[in-house]
Design a protein around this ligand. Structure first.
Ligand SMILES: [Zn+2]
Length: 341
């Protein structure tokens, strides 16, 4: 369903509870902005690169989400970036963290566009460095948190960048797929099947979701791309039993769970119906996500306290730290802190 961003924003404000609504809108604004920037860049001959686009995404998120904390890590020469950013989102009782690697869609080559998922950074000092996707996967394994690609897509190409829904409809507005999310495990599977360094948009789209579905689709079952989950899912993931869908840590955790699961099931049988997807359950995917549900974020995550000593990142030692660490504390925690002062 194609709706304008204004219509969609109104719809979200009236159907999705805060703080999930604010986060969904911020993500969607960033997606519309990125799609337009890439298109304008091509039109004016000022091609927009991944790094600049990532900076503009983080800037947009900071404008929209006043509590967002961004910490840029300074790395020694030897460190390969294992991810563009690591994001910790606070819910009512728990935090949820995941890694994000940005990947921009290519300019058309013989009419086709692709994502360079098999990118390998140039070797340093004669040493061959790991493929970016392997560094991302390794970072995810060491930290025990999932990883996704944020795919940056050019607006106005007429291409479909995200999956056709299983009979359910996400009401993502026009331009909302300017950024789509793809699980790292799905990306590895696609690369293996493409038997090439890059993967065509058409191959990736069935496994990708508009990234604003992070808090929109799971909070809004009537217009969601995702099946209705079992009642005990919050507990199975490590949340309190009565955690509401609008809890941003739970919502983002569910999103990561759903994209991993949809990719796994899609690999089994691309013709699976929605009914079958609901029956096949969540078991195999929960273990890969639940480790990222924590009582507190890791010590290297800045937490709005100017006196705290920020710890070096756990991945510095492994030589694959992310470029940014960002955290989204919730207003209630800020209130608690000022009570204490
Ligand atoms: Zn959605």
């Amino acid at each position: 369903m194609a709706v304008s961003f204004d219509q969609w924003q109104y719809y979200i404000r009236t159907h999705v509870p805060e703080p999930a609504a604010g986060l969904a809108i911020a993500l969607c604004l960033a997606a519309v902005d990125v799609g337009g920037r890439i298109a304008d860049g091509e039109r004016f001959g000022i091609r927009q690169g991944e790094e600049g686009l990532t900076e503009s995404v983080l800037m947009e998120l900071c404008r929209q989400l006043p509590l967002l904390e961004v910490r840029k890590l300074t790395h020694s020469e030897e460190v390969t970036e294992g991810a563009d950013w690591e994001w910790w989102i606070q819910g009512q009782k728990k935090w949820f963290g995941f890694l994000v690697q940005a990947k921009r869609v290519s300019a058309p080559e013989r009419g086709r566009r692709s994502y360079d998922l098999g990118y390998r950074p140039s070797s340093k000092g004669g040493e061959r460095r790991p493929r970016q996707i392997d560094a991302l996967h390794e970072s995810s394994r060491i930290l025990g948190i999932p990883a996704v690609y944020a795919l940056y897509n050019e607006a106005g190409t007429g291409l479909r960048y995200s999956r056709p829904q299983y009979g359910r409809e996400c009401v993502t507005p026009i331009g909302g797929d300017g950024i789509t999310a793809l699980g790292v495990n799905a990306a590895r599977w696609i690369l293996d099947h493409a038997r090439a360094r890059s993967a065509k948009v058409e191959m990736v789209a069935p496994y990708a979701f508009p990234w604003s579905c992070l808090t929109h689709c799971v909070t809004n079952a009537a217009h969601s791309s995702f099946p209705i989950p079992p009642n005990d899912l919050p507990e199975a993931l490590g949340f309190e039993p009565d955690t509401p869908d609008s809890d941003p840590a739970y919502a983002s955790c569910r999103f990561l769970l759903e994209i991993e699961r949809a990719a796994r099931l899609g690999q089994l049988d691309t013709a699976a119906t929605n009914k079958e997807l609901e029956l096949w359950g969540y078991g195999p995917d929960i273990g890969r996500i639940a480790g990222a549900v924590r009582d507190a974020p890791p010590a290297y995550v800045s937490q709005d306290n100017e006196f705290e000593e920020i710890q070096p990142h756990d991945l510095e030692q492994a030589g694959i730290a992310p470029r940014y660490v960002i955290s989204s504390p919730q207003p209630f925690s800020r209130a608690r802190q000022s009570d204490r002062q």
